[in-house]
Design a protein around this ligand. Sequence first.
Ligand code: AMP
Ligand code: ZN
Length: 131
Amino acid sequence: MCIFCKIVNGEIPSKKVYEDNDVIAILDISQATKGHTLVIPKKHYANILEIEDSEYIKVMKVLKNVTSKINDAYKPKGFNILNNCGEVAGQTVMHYHVHIIPRYDTNDIKLEFTDHSDKYDLTEIMHDLTI
Ligand code: AMP
Ligand code: ZN
């Protein structure tokens, strides 16, 4: 059983800030910044490609409410709301979860996006990806 399933069923302790029938929110043990929280569906899905829409919607609703709570409590200057999908993207726990990382300073965590648009044809990509 995965570590988040164990947290959900109480085998491993956690600092829970929210729980309902379908979703929990716990403090991330690493506290990348103060209040760093994970929102986790109780049912095990590896990632966003596997989670059912109905569960995903529940996670998103809790995500919004917990973000508001952190905002009221700690008044950060902003947030990164983040999901790592796949090992290559930094996912270490293969049970879908979303990070809420309050931001107090531009340097408190490092996330770097580099502009590579000169390498790609945006029109072609738009055609490839249009739903
Ligand atoms: P990710 O790398 O996106 O899969 O995120 C996994 C996160 O789970 C990391 O930020 C870890 O710090 C966190 N984590 C791992 N074990 C625990 C635990 N027992 N309780 C709370 N957070 C945990
Ligand atoms: Zn699990």
